[in-house]
Write a protein that binds this ligand. Structure first.
Ligand SMILES: Cc1cc2nc3c(=O)[nH]c(=O)nc-3n(C[C@H](O)[C@H](O)[C@H](O)COP(=O)(O)OP(=O)(O)OC[C@H]3O[C@@H](n4cnc5c(N)ncnc54)[C@H](O)[C@@H]3O)c2cc1C
Length: 416
């Protein structure tokens, strides 16, 4: 049994704690906040094997440039002369090509499918309901351009064994009996799933507490003490914790912590917003993405969540209501009979997605610091990929053969 400290109590930290606890370790999860202020609560709850193409892909650069000049657009990079952002941008551009995409697809697909299997297992094993449903995902489009792009993705999906069906507008409508849908068509991915993120998070935290995992909130990790090339203890708040193994799972803040450890882990926070309609009488049945607007829509039992935007604008918690308005304005375009007003600012949730520059997570052991395992950078798919990541972290720490090859996720792939 090892004493393991997990830095960051988001869904990646909790999933790692779950599988490490199953292996019988003594676990402490340390968080700078109250474990409610990360990215893992108000997200869209989608489990997405359909998302096998990483964010750093050829079309994204042109779209990003087009969107950047529109204040309510779904994607925004705040121009700043900051070394970390410039290097991140350079690495993003370097990876946004077909060669990188082709190399990333098999790894992302395998990680996603592994995670889905673990979600199915968790839905059976955990003693609480977290709203897990396997109803698939609809990618909805209104324009010919989006239809062409998404149909290409659908063909590519079918080629690699992920079922995708190209539907007409009428066929989409048949899948949504209670809500009028105004689309040219859609791609249906029947293998996707969804859940209610805060139910999973809060249930898992309570379950882990009862299983003996210690949580240390309001204690930012700020200093490390070394013995040789191993971390011996970490300073969190005003306490030193002596640890055998450390898991760095601090989401968007992991890059800053890695810097303290003299490691290179390029990371930017990609801010997104969501708001939830609490009681919807005639609800959407299948989680959907409005493709042109990049808005995600997820039914969570009787409620309905809308989420979107990706703002690369630093690690801060400011709320840009113009972008929230962009989400609100998209709703009647796709659901013409749904009337949704602007939410009050206190009802708008925001989260910072931990974005690596090539769209792939960082999962693996550091070769420079012997007892450090890194698990972060999951960008828009952290919830989806959490169980597989947690399982892999436990396998790395237990020195078992990992469930899949980890080369594509090496935390040292951008080491200078
Ligand atoms: C609008 C929106 C919709 C999304 N929808 C989906 C979706 O449908 N499906 C999906 O898979 N993903 C989705 N995501 C992405 C997903 O939410 C994230 O990828 C995921 O939550 C990241 O989890 P994490 O544990 O890595 O980070 P976080 O949840 O951010 O946790 C990191 C934790 O580290 C802590 N921390 C930071 N610094 C320190 C320090 N110095 N010491 C100790 N602790 C520290 C923070 O307080 C925080 O609690 C969405 C995101 C957004 C914004």
């Amino acid at each position: 049994m090892s004493k393991i400290g997990i830095i960051g109590g988001g869904i990646i930290g909790l999933s790692s704690a779950y599988y490490l606890n199953q292996s019988g370790h003594d676990i402490t999860v340390i968080d700078s906040g109250d474990l409610q202020n990360g990215c893992s609560h108000g997200n869209a709850g989608m489990i997405v094997p359909s998302h096998f193409i990483p964010l750093a892909a050829p079309g994204m650069v042109a779209k990003g440039i087009r969107w950047m000049f529109n204040s309510s657009s779904p994607f925004y990079v705040k121009p700043r002369l900051h070394g970390d952002l410039l290097r991140w941008g350079f690495l993003f551009l370097k990876n946004a090509n077909e060669k990188h995409v082709a190399a990333a697809i098999p790894a992302l697909k395998e990680l996603s499918l592994l995670s889905k299997i673990h979600y199915q297992q968790l839905a059976r094993d955990l003693p609480f309901n977290f709203g897990y449903h396997e109803r698939g995902l609809l990618m909805l489009y209104q324009t010919q351009e989006a239809e062409r792009e998404e149909s290409e993705t659908a063909h590519r999906a079918n080629d690699i064994g992920i079922t995708a069906k190209i539907l007409s507008g009428e066929e989409v409508q048949q899948l949504e009996p209670h809500v009028k849908v105004n689309v040219r068509g859609g791609i249906y991915f029947p293998g996707d799933a969804h859940l209610t993120p805060h139910q999973l998070f809060n249930g898992l935290k309570l379950y882990l507490q009862r299983a003996g995992v210690t949580f240390v909130p309001h204690s930012a990790v700020s200093k490390f003490e070394f013995h040789g090339n191993s971390i011996q203890s970490v300073l969190a708040g005003d306490h030193f914790f002596s640890l055998d193994q450390i898991v760095l799972a601090a989401g968007s803040w992991s890059g800053l912590i890695a810097k303290q450890l003299a490691l290179t882990l390029p990371m930017q926070g990609g801010k997104g917003y969501s708001f939830t309609l609490p009681e919807v009488e005639k609800n959407v049945q299948i989680p959907s993405i409005f493709l042109e607007a990049r808005v995600a829509v997820t039914p969570m039992e009787n409620s309905l969540r809308f989420g979107g935007t990706m703002e690369i604008a630093g690690l801060n918690h400011s709320v840009n209501l113009k972008r929230v308005k962009g989400i609100v304005d998209s709703i009647p375009k796709y659901y013409p009979e749904m009337k949704v007003g602007m939410p009050l600012v206190e009802n708008v949730w925001h989260g910072l997605r931990p974005c690596s520059p090539d769209g792939l997570p960082y999962i693996g052991r550091s070769t420079k610091i012997k007892n450090l395992v890194i698990a972060t950078g999951h960008s828009m798919m952290g919830l989806s990929l959490a169980p597989a990541t947690g399982k892999l972290v436990s396998e790395i720490i237990d020195e078992k053969k990992t469930s899949m090859a980890l080369t594509a996720f090496s935390p040292e792939r951008f080491q200078r």
